[in-house]
Design a protein around this ligand. Sequence first.
Ligand SMILES: C[S@@+](CC[C@H](N)C(=O)[O-])C[C@H]1O[C@@H](n2cnc3c(N)ncnc32)[C@H](O)[C@@H]1O
Length: 266
Amino acid sequence: MDGEYSFHQEDVDRTFSKLSAHWSHKSSRVQKGGGVRNRLIQLLLSILNTSDSLLDVGCGDGKVATLLRQRSVKNEITMIDGAEGMVSAARDRFSNDPQAEVACAHLEDYVVTEKRKFEVISALQVLHHVANLRSFIESARSGLKENGYMVALTVGPSFHAEAIPFHTPVNDPLGRRSSLEWAESFRSAGFFVETVIDDYFCIQFPGPEDYLEYLRSIGSISKMTRYRSESGCAATHALASLTDSDGPLALTGHHVTIVAQKMGGH
Ligand SMILES: C[S@@+](CC[C@H](N)C(=O)[O-])C[C@H]1O[C@@H](n2cnc3c(N)ncnc32)[C@H](O)[C@@H]1O
């Protein structure tokens, strides 16, 4: 159940540092629709007390903190990311915010060196990218205070199923899992899973070029290409036939959002 992905930490860091230059513009190709980031924000708003400290893991260029500040959340927010490019974009964004701190670190190292505990940890679109899910979730647990919460939004099996059908979460090239499997990953690491929500999403593009450019900007193309060469799966063929015709194309699937509380005695 807790099978590990075949992602390597250095690849993840390198990919996201490279993507960071265009990360905040990646939606410019979208005709209609977008992620369901609001689900994570809604849940965070319902959990955060005014004095709670928040650690946003895999912060990218600081989207979660930006959305919270836009909703007048004044809590202390610490953001960490393993990709230097993302960290410098987040630092630029929050240079005038005395309640925000940004560090270049992997969660697994950060909780060991910092020894700081948070009331809440968030992770927006991070879990399906991490090199070792089990150790990532255990690290999140040790970075939380007793009864603290982790809120995470990630992808379900239907994400990119048009190009790569989902068979099993073990070594899935896109890090996908069903909502029950995500929940089990938290439960088996000492969390009480309070809420799991599946949300349908549809992101529509004017044509194949925009679709492909968007996939490239979120790192999916490089994962699909690598998958094909490693296992002989023809993901790129499926993608090619999908983008063969003119006209609008949609990326559809489910996002999974999990709210999990740290249980004592594990
Ligand atoms: C898809 S991006 C999401 C960025 C941001 N949360 C957003 O939604 O815009 C995933 C991020 O997680 C980071 N990441 C992956 N594994 C990590 C780890 N173990 N510790 C810290 N950051 C990690 C990557 O570097 C990348 O910036």
